[in-house]
Write a protein that binds this ligand. Structure first.
Ligand code: F6P
Length: 565
């Protein structure tokens, strides 16, 4: 792909579709919804028996079945019309070309460039993006090769065994999620740890098990001004120097940085030769595939990291080139929007049947909710439709014994994404003479849950089993609860890259239709500023007790009293 976007390419006409609810397609969907509402998935499958085979889409290694959704083929047509009417394809192309679709910050949005192969070409704002990306990847590769081979030595001459990534939000959630998912690929004896919270329990608990001589800290912060990260990094440096009984010179052997802000990195005392950069066109929550993934590369090596990036790229290419009707992120994003805006669903649950993906829902929470938790359009007008699905979830089967009761028999509609793998990362026989293995048992639960959610069990079926009449109503499984089933052959570096990109582009699809800017996050700023002001108030015994609203004043007074101030 070769695209040359001129500098200063902020185009305020981009994605301006006014009141989305006034569009013809939106109104057609609203008129159509009661028709679908009146049907049950049992009936939908009965009249359209091929949908289980046909309402599927394959991308990369992922096989995606969206047949168990509360959509008819006609619903899908209407959703595609909506996407076309608001210019989804044009907006997608604008993103890939590097136009400044992040309007409030006047920035391109180019996480897709982080996974372009070295022979691709993309010049944006006069910058040869592919060259820059691969220059950093090469530097990361050279550095992690030295770490993994033991050539990089700590201050006392010992090889590094543990890396601690200090970062928060996008500078933490991606690396920790991917490292956890790919623990089987950590083949060089480098363990990664992650410290994010400004609660000192996080850092203290992590350092308790580490040997300063063999520990390297990666300070990961796009801005390098984030309070939590700089505070933890400063405390980690104090611990290192004190434990080693060393002077400042030890820092260079035990601290590297990942940032876009070389000045702040230098000010902190990290040699900028040991800094791995990225660019303002990579949002924090879209950055695990940038240098922010350094801890992952240290654990799995540069070749596996390249496979991880290739996984993203496969889905990028699919999203960029496939018609809407066969485009997985488009289909799933539109279905998500269908429930949000036409069924009043508030949340989507993500259920990986993989313990290694324990952090996936937490990762998706930032990706989706920091992106699409907006109430004004990209053009500054109040939105006219609800935005921002609430994502949550836990790995199966644990969730089954916690919250699935509400999914099955509660009053709320909660669309579910099931994710599972054919080949296990670990496996054990179930019992000496049992059928299959523990992994088969896990996956039998995956299939059972999607089936029960969709089709349930009627009162008649339950009564026929001899259940006392007064208990029948309690045992009825209403069904008609929608889910997507995502299957992949194995949880590989490529598969996890594919899954992340699948959700990144769903966020884009929904955000584009809602007409919001999915790439800024102004809503997190005021809290940060007020925390700084309140720090002065809660730590200074001379500060006047009352300054704010009566609730905050009273809470601060109570805290100071119990803190002895
Ligand atoms: O507070 C939100 C946020 O800005 C996220 O968007 C970002 O991922 C996180 O903070 C960390 O920011 P940084 O990488 O600049 O430290």
């Amino acid at each position: 792909m070769s695209t040359d976007a001129p500098g200063g390419d902020l185009d305020r006409t981009l994605n301006d579709h006014g009141d989305i609810t006034a569009t013809q397609s939106w109104q057609a969907l609203a008129a159509h919804q009661p028709h679908v509402f009146a049907m049950h998935l049992r009936e939908v499958f009965a009249v359209d028996p091929d949908r289980g085979r046909e309402l599927t889409v394959d991308v990369g290694d992922l096989h995606i079945d969206y047949s168990k959704h509360l959509v008819l083929r006609e619903t899908l047509e209407l959703l595609f019309s909506l996407a076309r009417e608001i210019g989804l394809e044009e907006h997608r192309d604008a993103m890939f070309a590097g136009r400044h679709i992040n309007t409030s910050e006047d920035r391109a949005v180019l996480h897709t460039a982080l996974r372009l192969p070295a022979d691709a070409s993309l010049t944006v704002d006069g910058q040869d993006v592919v060259h820059d990306v691969h220059e950093v990847l090469d530097a990361m590769g050279a550095f992690t090769d030295r770490l993994r081979s033991g050539e990089w030595k700590g201050h006392t001459g010992k090889a590094i065994t543990d890396v601690v990534n200090i970062g928060i939000g996008g500078s933490d959630l991606g690396p920790v999620m991917v490292y956890t998912a790919l623990r089987h690929y950590a083949d060089a004896g480098i363990r990664a740890h992650f410290v994010s919270n400004v609660d000192p329990a996080d850092l203290v608990g992590t350092l308790a098990d580490l040997d300063a001589e063999t520990t390297l800290f990666i300070i990961a912060s796009k801005t390098f001004t984030t309070l939590e990260t700089i505070t933890n990094a400063t405390a980690a440096r104090a611990w290192l120097l004190e434990t080693l009984g060393a002077g400042e010179e030890a820092t260079a052997k035990h601290f590297v940085a990942v940032s876009t802000n070389a000045d702040e990195v230098a000010k902190f005392g990290i040699d900028t030769d040991n800094m791995f950069g990225f660019w303002d066109w990579v949002g924090g929550r879209y950055s695990v595939d940038s240098a922010i993934g350094l801890s992952v590369m240290a654990a799995i090596g540069r070749q596996r990291f390249a496979e991880f990036l290739d996984g993203f790229h496969q889905v990028d290419e699919h999203f960029r080139t496939q018609p809407l009707e066969r485009n997985a992120p488009v289909i799933l994003g539109l279905i998500g929007l269908w429930y949000s805006n036409f069924w009043d669903a508030q949340t989507r649950v993500v259920l990986p049947y993989s313990d290694d993906m324990a952090r996936f829902a937490a990762y998706l929470q930032q990706l989706t909710m920091e992106s699409n938790g907006k109430s004004v359009t990209a053009h500054g007008n109040h939105v006219t439709a609800g935005t921002g699905e609430i994502f949550w979830g836990e790995p199966g089967t644990n969730g089954q014994h916690a919250f699935y009761q509400l999914l099955h028999q509660g009053t709320r509609l909660i669309p579910a994404d099931f994710i599972g793998f054919a080949e296990p990362t670990d496996d054990l026989p179930v019992t000496p003479d049992g059928a299959g293995s523990m992994h088969d048992l896990l996956m039998s639960n995956y299939f059972a849950q999607t089936k029960v959610l969709a089709f349930g069990k009627t009162a008649d079926e339950i009564a026929d089993e001899g259940v006392p009449p007064e208990v029948v109503a309690h045992k009825v499984m209403p069904g008609n609860r929608p889910s997507t089933s995502i299957l992949a052959p194995k949880l590989t570096p490529s598969a996890i890259g594919q899954l992340i990109a699948l959700y990144e582009h769903q966020v884009f699809v929904e955000g584009t239709i809602w007409g919001i800017n999915s790439f800024d996050q102004w809503g997190v700023e005021l809290g940060k500023k007020q925390a700084k002001e309140l720090l002065g108030l809660i730590t200074d015994p001379e500060a006047p007790a009352a300054q704010d609203d009566s609730s905050t004043d009273e809470l601060v007074r109570w805290y100071r009293e119990h803190r002895g101030r």
